[in-house]
Structures are given as C-alpha cells and as structure tokens.
Write a protein that binds this ligand. Structure first.
Ligand SMILES: *[C@@H]1O[C@H](CO)[C@@H](O)[C@H](O)[C@H]1NC(C)=O
Ligand SMILES: *[C@@H]1O[C@H](CO)[C@@H](O)[C@H](O)[C@H]1NC(C)=O
Ligand SMILES: *[C@@H]1O[C@H](CO)[C@@H](O)[C@H](O)[C@H]1NC(C)=O
Length: 571
C-alpha cells in the first residue's frame, strides 16, 4: 500500500514536469540509412584526401593538392573535423585525431594576428566537444582547451568588458591590436565555449569574461529592442554603427542568446533579449517580397539601418542559419508563430538552391520590399526576380553550411520528409560541382553550370556541412536537439537539463510587421552599405570591381579592411 502510493505520486510529479517541458524534435522523424551512408562515404574520402595532401595544415587546397595556413598553423581542419568523425562513428579517425590534437603546441605560433573568434569556435570548441563525446575521461583535451583559453584572455584589455579580436602577440600573452573596434559576433560568440571551459577546469575566469562581454552588448543602446548594430567599441561599450543584420558580423551573437539558455537550462539568461530580437525582426526586417513578384508568398529576412533608409532588402548564406535558430527557439519557448517564421525562412533560403542552375545557393541574394522598393539594392535580373521573388547577388559558394543547417532543424522539428529530399538534392549538386581533385572545392558561380572551382576549402566543410548533412539522415535520436546544442561551428555540447521548462520566457504574441520604411532617406546603389563578403582570395576585389568602386581608393581600402575583418565571422 505504502509502496503503491509512492509510485503514484512520482508518476504525477513526472508527468507534470514533462507536460511543461517543450521538445525541439518531432517524434515522427526517421533515419534514411542509405543516404546517411553516402554522406559518410563522401566525408571519409574528403578527409582522407586532407590527410594525404595536407595533414596537420589548417586547410587543404583541393585543386593544387597542398596544405595552407591561416588559423595559427595548428591543423584547423584536422581538429575541426573530429567531432563529425565521432558523430559518424569513425573511431580510427577520432583516435588518431585526438593524439594529433594533444600533440599540437598551442602555446606557440608563427602566425600573426590570431583571431580570437576563429580560435574559440574551431579549436577550443572542438577540444571541449570531443571531451564530452568521448566520455569525459581524456583530461589531455581539457589541458589543450585551457591552454587555448588562457591565450584568448589576452583579448581583454584592462577592465574592458568586450575583447579585441586581433591577437598580435599570442606567444607571450601580449596586448591585442586595439586599432579596430569589435563587432558583436566576436564579443558575443564566447559564452557557450567559455562556460564549458570553466565547468571542466573548475576555473570561473573564462565564464566571467564571456559573460561580461555578452552583458555589455546586451546592455548597450540597441537600434531596435533586441537588435544591435554590427560594430561595438570595447572602450565605450557602445555601438559604432546602426547596421543591423542576422548575417556575417552579427549572426552568432543572436544565435548564442537562445543557445546559452538551452545549454544551461535556464530562462534567467539572454533568452528575453532573444525574444526581443525576434519580435523586432518580425516587425521591421521580415519581408514578403513584392514589386513584380506574384508567385507563392515568400518570407525573407532583410538587413536594416535607420541611417540608410531602414530596411535593406538583401540577405546572405551566412544569415540563413536564422531559420534553424528560430525553429530551435520557437520550439523551446513553445511559440508556434516563431517556428513557422523559421520554417518559412528555411524554405526561402533553400529556394536559392533549388532555383539555381547548379542546385547550389549563393553567398548573397537581393529582393524587393512589400512596397516594391529596393533602397539602393540592385536587382540584376528583373525577369528572374519577377518569377522567383529574389535575385542572385554575390554568386560564389564556399562550402558554407548555414542553409542545410536550417534544413536540419526544419527536419528534426517537423519530421517532414520533404526536408530530407531537399538536403539530398543539395548534397548531390554539391558533389557534382564541388568535387575536386582532392576533397571538395568552393565554386565561383552557382548560376553557371560551367562554373570554375576555386582552390579553397575551409575547415567548416568538415565540421559543419558534412555533419549537418549526415544528421539529417541519421537516427534522429542520435545527437538529438533535445540533448545537444551546437556551437556556431557545429560542435555539439551536452544540454545540461534536457527537460528544462522554458515557459517563464513566454513570448506573448508576435507584433505585426511594419509595411513602410521607417525613414525616407532611401539610398541609391552607390550609397547603400555593403554586406559582408566571403574571404575567398580574389573575391573581395572582384566584388569591388563589379561595384565600380575602383576609383574610390580610400573608400575601397576602408571597405576592404572591413571585409577583411568580418570575412570569416560566422562560419
Ligand atoms: C602551454 O603552456 C602551459 C602553461 O605554461 C603549460 O601547462 C602547457 O603544458 C603548455 N603546452 C605545451 C604543449 O607546451
Ligand atoms: C504573405 O504572408 C503574410 C504573413 O502571413 C501576409 O501578411 C501577407 O499579406 C502575405 N502577402 C501576400 C502577397 O499574400
Ligand atoms: C554567373 O553566370 C551567369 C550565367 O552564365 C552569368 O550570366 C553571370 O554573369 C555570371 N556571374 C559572374 C559574377 O561571373
């Protein structure tokens, strides 16, 4: 009798908790083992090419079959690939790779500067994630993570809350380059990694630094509630411009606002800020393109800058992670409208793949607003726009993952096989046009079936693109989105409280979109601020040439510095 009563009480308590806890994943997902095997085989073949031609280099040059540097020369591709190898079950690669990772001398580099951001999201995150994935026994990985973290702390000058990104004196923990201000994607993409580093070293210093940086951004004067300008000064903790974008330079700050709450299972974090980011975006950035386009209703995300006439109707491959991010946050906070916006954004992003000649999406694309305006953005091909509701802008593809990342979230949250089919088609297009003499290569023009390949493949091909593709087809309970949260380089971290209740961060309802521009200061093509372009050698120059900026030397240098600075952010 006693016993029975106890059992009943327990059951009631348990079901109350469960009914509150939201799940990210749908229960109707299933695996597709033959497609999963095909992705796995391609990863293995590409990675073996890396080992053969560039083992220990940061990147493999896929056409010239050589190694190249740029990330401290610590073997970025090797270290970055290992969590994917683990997820795919390649124990031999993981075993050798961990031996390699532990042999790297992270105290020294001949390269300068070192990017705090890139080093954190690729090397530090991979060491921590591998430590968790392999059963939290290999303290050698934590030792390496701690070495990296200690050097990264040099980015903070004096009592500054926000670090400088450019570490010019790595070997002796010296002062960073303070001549450029920070951007929010740098100071705002540390909290997941530094939290885990503090947890596994027992030293709170790392988390304290990341948290004060995050807080400074959140507390700075926003352009709109929850939406901050891209640049921020570590000296004043205030924005240096009013350029709002979910794309490069800002992206993973917004991404981590919701993900950190999920990591530690608490709404008492940056989740309320993220809710504001979403609400302001719905009101001011979400765009259903019109002005000649009469096809099925599409949902785009635009950039936004009050000093440049408000909405700037263009978006980027980097920014396309937003669909998945809204699906994740919408599911956690049980806000159906946000999930639906996320699905619609994922749909329009994969649409840039399905509508292109190669089946692959571009670095950036443009459209018109509800009122048919473009605010200085150039539609290159009006007929294509009228038919499709967007036009291609910068047409290279550098093996970025964000569109398929969002397709992964869309599939895991809905179980709708259509997403698996879209991913499968994209994978085959990528194999067709990007398969190079060694591994995969970037391509110059996604709208051209005769496109040339570019002798470039960044480590995120292995860390992110292959991982998300594989997980779309793998057993959905493996690396479940209810148990793991991905850092911005797709390294999974264990969620601390898988059944946490986020209902305290209730959304209420989403605002209505504003249809008219908030300012009358509409821009012309030469005035509209330029987005962040890819870091592929030569492309930045090409873009400036195509914009006719050749004669504006000072301006070009300024833009080039900016592009250089932003180029690898949110990979
Ligand atoms: C790097 O420096 C730290 C601190 O001095 C030390 O504990 C660690 O062993 C060094 N790592 C290597 C690979 O030399
Ligand atoms: C597109 O959908 C949005 C949101 O549901 C709606 O407000 C808008 O009027 C629709 N536009 C068209 C042209 O149907
Ligand atoms: C890309 O290819 C299309 C189709 O061949 C062509 O019209 C366009 O000019 C190319 N764009 C660039 C930047 O090379």
């Amino acid at each position: 009798m006693q016993l029975k009563l106890t059992v009943i009480t327990l059951t009631v308590a348990l079901s109350t908790t469960l009914s509150k806890a939201a799940t990210v994943q749908s229960s109707s997902c299933s695996s597709d083992s033959s497609r999963a095997a095909a992705v796995k085989a391609s990863f293995r073949s590409s990675f073996e090419d890396y080992l053969q031609y560039a083992r220990g280099s940061d990147e493999l040059l896929p056409i010239s079959k050589k190694g190249s540097g740029g990330f401290g020369n610590w073997g970025a591709t090797y270290v970055d690939a290992l969590t994917t190898a683990h997820v795919m079950g390649f124990d031999d690669i993981v075993k050798d790779g961990i031996t390699f990772t532990k042999s790297v001398d992270f105290n020294h580099t001949s390269q300068t500067p070192i990017s705090l951001f890139e080093t954190n999201i690729r090397y530090l995150a991979s060491c921590l994630s591998l430590y968790e994935l392999t059963g939290k026994s290999d303290k050698g990985l934590i030792k390496q993570a701690k070495t990296i973290g200690d050097h990264l702390l040099a980015g903070w000058v004096g009592d500054n809350a926000i670090p400088y990104n450019s570490l010019v004196s790595w070997n002796d923990f010296g002062a960073p380059d303070t001549s450029n201000d920070a951007i929010i994607a740098e100071g705002g993409t540390l909290i997941l990694e530094f939290d885990r580093l503090s947890k596994y070293t027992g030293d709170s210093t790392y988390l304290e630094h990341a948290a004060k940086s995050m807080k400074a951004i959140v507390d700075s004067v926003a352009v709109l509630p929850g939406l901050y300008g891209q640049g921020i000064s570590p000296k004043t903790n205030q924005a240096t411009n009013d350029y709002v974008t979910w794309g490069g330079g800002s992206d993973s700050f917004f991404e981590y606002l919701i993900k950190y709450g999920q990591l530690i299972g608490s709404t008492d974090t940056y989740i309320p800020t993220w809710v504001n980011s979403v609400k302001s975006s719905v009101k001011n950035l979400i765009t259903h393109p019109a002005g000649g386009y009469t096809g099925p209703n599409l949902t785009h995300m635009a950039d936004y800058s009050p000093s440049n006439g408000g909405k700037i109707p263009r978006f980027s491959h980097l920014g396309c992670f937003v669909g998945g991010n809204w699906i994740l946050g919408g599911r956690l906070l049980t806000n159906k409208d946000t999930v639906n916006y996320g699905l619609a954004l994922a749909d329009s992003c994969i649409g840039t793949y399905t509508k292109s000649a190669t089946g692959i999406g571009p670095e950036s694309y443009v459209f018109k607003t509800e009122s048919g305006g473009t605010n200085g953005v150039t539609i290159h091909n009006e007929a294509f726009y009228d038919k499709n509701g967007f036009d291609y802008d910068v047409v290279d593809y550098v093996l970025r993952p964000e569109v398929l990342e969002s397709v992964f979230y869309a599939y895991r949250a809905t179980g709708d096989k259509r997403w698996q089919d879209l991913a499968w088609t994209a994978f085959n297009s990528i194999k067709k046009y990007c398969q190079a003499p060694a591994a995969l290569a970037a391509i110059e023009n996604v709208t051209d079936t005769n496109t040339k390949q570019i002798d470039n493949s960044q480590s995120f091909l292995y860390a992110e693109l292959y991982k998300y593709l594989f997980l779309i087809f793998d057993d959905p309970e493996h690396i479940s989105l209810d148990k793991y949260v991905f850092n911005t380089e797709a390294h999974p971290f264990e969620v601390e409280k898988p059944n946490a209740d986020y209902s305290a961060a209730s959304f209420g309802s989403l605002p209505s979109p504003e249809r008219s521009p908030t300012s009358t200061a509409q821009k012309t093509a030469s005035q509209v601020p330029k987005p962040t372009y890819s870091g592929v050698p030569g492309l930045v120059q090409k873009v400036f040439n195509s914009l006719g900026l050749r004669d504006h030397r000072a301006r070009r240098e300024d833009l080039e510095t900016r592009a250089q600075k932003l180029r690898r952010v949110r990979l």
